[in-house]
Design a protein around this ligand. Structure first.
Ligand SMILES: C[S@@+](CC[C@H](N)C(=O)[O-])C[C@H]1O[C@@H](n2cnc3c(N)ncnc32)[C@H](O)[C@@H]1O
Length: 212
């Protein structure tokens, strides 16, 4: 019999107890992450039919699946280096957001159209060195914001995962210079022991007056 480590035992026990893991298994959702987007959407009304959406960090596909069920006629571009379970109409790009060839592919798919919504559930590979992991998570936040500057319609919205720590408050303060409303929130489906939070920014107005 294969002997499991203590940490994988702990992980298994936590998964069995987790309300959202059980709900995902029972309801056929691809991942428990599905419920985070559902809760963000219920609160901020982000996802509507016909929107053009860029989804960063999409594997294994919980959010993609949620979006596909609600976008009807819209456009969905989902990016991840790992495999994404998706429907036929979703444009899947296998690669790392922020890399030039991925950007080129986004441009090709958009063909001059703009985005209404940028979503990111991207998470860095955790090294265990807190400062390194935090810096990497802020880089991922920058990649999402850069996508808004490049491709988003005026009045578009962004919702991204971030980690509480060095740099986040200053980053959110700067975000208020380009979005009219910015909220930091933690959906119930996000594990309480995790430093994960979500930044939801609404009404993209890149020429708005400085926030401070
Ligand atoms: C928490 S998972 C996403 C779960 C997904 N939202 C779902 O509902 O199934 C985080 C993902 O971010 C991806 N990721 C990390 N850095 C990335 C990058 N630069 N570009 C695209 N994806 C990235 C990882 O490969 C991983 O699949």
């Amino acid at each position: 019999m294969v002997k499991r480590s203590k940490s994988s035992d702990r992980w298994l026990q936590r998964q069995r107890k987790d309300q959202f893991v059980r709900q995902a298994q029972g309801g056929g959702q691809i991942s428990r992450a599905h419920f985070k987007l559902e809760q963000l959407d219920q609160r901020y009304k982000l996802v509507k039919p016909n929107l053009h959406v860029l989804e960063l960090g999409a594997a294994p596909g919980g959010w993609t699946n949620y979006l596909e069920e609600r976008l009807a006629g819209g456009l969905l571009i989902a990016i991840d280096p790992l495999p994404i379970t998706s429907g036929d109409k979703t444009h899947v790009i296998e690669g790392f957001a922020g890399e030039p060839e991925v950007d080129d592919e986004i441009e090709r798919i958009l063909a001059g159209q703009k985005l209404d919504l940028v979503l990111s559930d991207m998470a860095p590979n955790i090294s265990g060195v807190r400062a390194v992991d935090q810096a990497r998570s802020m880089e991922l936040a920058d990649i999402s914001l850069d996508s808004c500057h490049r491709w988003m319609n005026q009045r578009g919205a962004m919702a991204i995962k971030a980690f509480q720590g060095e740099g986040l408050d200053a980053w959110v303060k700067d975000l208020k210079k380009v979005f009219k409303k910015v909220h930091m929130t933690k959906p119930k489906a996000s594990r309480s022991e995790s430093r994960e939070v979500f930044v939801v920014a609404i009404d993209f107005s890149p020429n708005k007056a400085p926030a401070d």
